[in-house]
Design a protein around this ligand. Sequence first.
Ligand code: PFF
Length: 448
Amino acid sequence: MSSPDGIKQRGYWGSGLGFVLAVVGSAIGLGNIWRFPTEAGQSGGGAFVLVYIIATFLIGVPVMMAELAVGRRTQRNPVGAYRSLAPGSGWGLAGGFAVFTGLIILSYYSVVAGWTLKYTWIAFSGSLHGATPEAISATFNNFIQDPGPVLGCHLLFMLITIRIVMGGIQHGIERAAKILMPVLFVLLLLLVVRSLTLPGAAEGLSFYLKPDFGMLDVKVILKAVSHAFFSLSLGMGAIITFGSYLSPKQNLVSSAVWVSCADFLIAFLAGLAIFPAIFSVPGLEPDAGPGLIFVVLPNIFNAIPLGHLFGAAFFILLAIAALTSAISMLEVVVAFTIDELGWNRRRSAIAVGSVIFLLGIPSALGNGAVPLFAGTLDFVNEYFGGMGLVLGALLVSLFVGWKWGTGNAVEELERGRGTFRLGQVWGFLIRFVCPLAILTILFQLLRG
Ligand code: PFF
């Protein structure tokens, strides 16, 4: 970052709005539309949703402010950021853990994103139009068991991601987010309206919104809390990295609040689109796992007039959302190689993207194509997408709360906005509430 060339390689946001949209683009993705309904459906619906909401606003928002402050203060990737705020302390390892988690998460994220590309094509082609539920399930099962198409879609998705990240901050990421995010929102609203007017919608709404506290155990709580981090892109340095491209004028506090509200809104709308729809077709279940939306939705689209058009719109939306999130994950690792290894952006995007493609192969082939890799996707989703992010977020809150210091962080948060009146409340949340909540959950989990 010190040389002009360094600045050119890293880049800066062109405008405050571009930044907020890009962070919103990172936050909103498969997490909201694929992972949230899948996890909520497997964990009993309303109770999971309630914990997710509490975790988003009580823990997620403060951690996002912490990551933004660290990023902007240091103007560095996660490793460089920890190192420069606590030189010679070993905290750089926490940054390394974040970068590594990002690498692994993107490897399977890209696989599922590849499924959405395929389903966009399937919907457009109309090949599932009028198909029976059995035929729809068979189509999904055949697809994920066939190595060629799943690898091809995974590759295509990574190539698009690499291409955009090669374009750099302003020209690639910012432009993509500006154009794509509003489209996504409008398409989702259309789907919600359609879903809520289906017969049987009320049963789905009650599953989704009425908490059954009997379902709450420590595993469900951990899943809901870790999903809040996943959804807000926290715990793997993406927000540190995006914050590092920020000018001092940006108001970090309100950015974090807006981004979190937008992210929550999209997840909530996705749930409103998906759960009523599931319950409107007899025989469909909310706990179908990673294939949920791919198996359930085409059935629903078939049950409504012009359903294949809704279907096409939905999967385009999902692919777009996945792309803006994947961009942010690749950017974490690319920023690391630019800052720490001195690579140029182009070389870095290609090299890192290729490694991620290769790492994703077991997740791509582990769904029936190659028995040796069976269950890889679920495993990495649970341990890296879940536990990895929880540990990453724990480290950020411990670091900011106890090492760098909330005083320094509040000073950074006040740049570009003036006094942060809730600074003390924020400090309390970061020092005590966030770490203790996470540690308590982990402790309970270990006790079995
Ligand atoms: N927040 C993204 C989603 O909800 O799909 C996923 C994600 C992006 C997680 C970036 C972590 C991250 F750093």
